[in-house]
Design a protein around this ligand. Sequence first.
Ligand code: NDP
Length: 277
Amino acid sequence: MTQQLASGVTLANGVNMPWLGLGVWKVTEGGEVERAVRTAIEAGYRSIDTAAAYGNEEGVGKAVRESGVPRGELFVTTKVWNADQGYDSALAAYESSLQKLGMDYVDLYLIHWPVKGKYKETWKALEKLYKDGRVRAIGVSNFHEHHLDDLLQDAEIKPMVNQVEYHPRLSQRSLLNYCRDRGIQLEAWSPLMQGKELLDHELMKELAAKHRKTPAQIILRWDVQNGVVTIPKSVTPERIRENADIFDFELSADDMRRIDELNENRRVGPDPDNFNF
Ligand code: NDP
């Protein structure tokens, strides 16, 4: 189990990234985030997704240190927040995140949102960190195809990952193909649509009964079978374990197609073309 959960995809630069990680957005700094991360690592998770903006990097770092799992076996992601975009400010933001995490590197550093007029300079800072060997992989988040087209015009290094909202109501087929063609790994945020609607959907219940799994497990398995890394959030120990238990069954081509048909291009989070933060 642990081994399967720890197994992952090889990013364009050869770094291995686990297929499944724990998301910690809205998880409170201190005891709550420490408990969630500890529970996840005990359950076999080897990847944690945080961000400067989540305000819980210290707790993530503490739980990672206290887990007893060697740092080299874990994959930690954090992100540069919008207010810190720009070359010098992004470099400074990285140092600040490392300090809070109590780490000397992170595995993946992402541009959190494509802030207009800023993200190219920010990308230069991430390239510098990468070239200096300070971070194992760099990427972006919430980038549409046109943002990537624009970034790639000037980039020396291609983003290794694009983390976007992705679930059966927003299956992002075109972006997924675009990223695949360019060796950019897609990663799903809000894979469970923030716990709304999909978990009670008749199709999910039907497939859950068929595979003796839960609706959440069906959705997360759909991510992985589509070649998308996934990072469900939970602070509930049973759910943290449940969400990871997706490596012992397979959805059929027909199951996959039926889930694909739920797409409505519908978001629960902001559209990257129209955000005001
Ligand atoms: P998710 O889609 O992961 O849903 C989380 C919600 O679902 C919580 O309310 C959780 O409840 C509930 N839940 C989790 N597992 C189960 C289960 N097995 N059965 C029933 N309910 C369940 O939402 P998030 O928005 O948190 O997305 C996941 C992660 O993606 C974030 O934590 C963050 O790391 C990342 N993210 C990145 C963004 C970006 O801009 N880059 C934006 C948004 C998220 P409970 O915790 O109470 O158990």
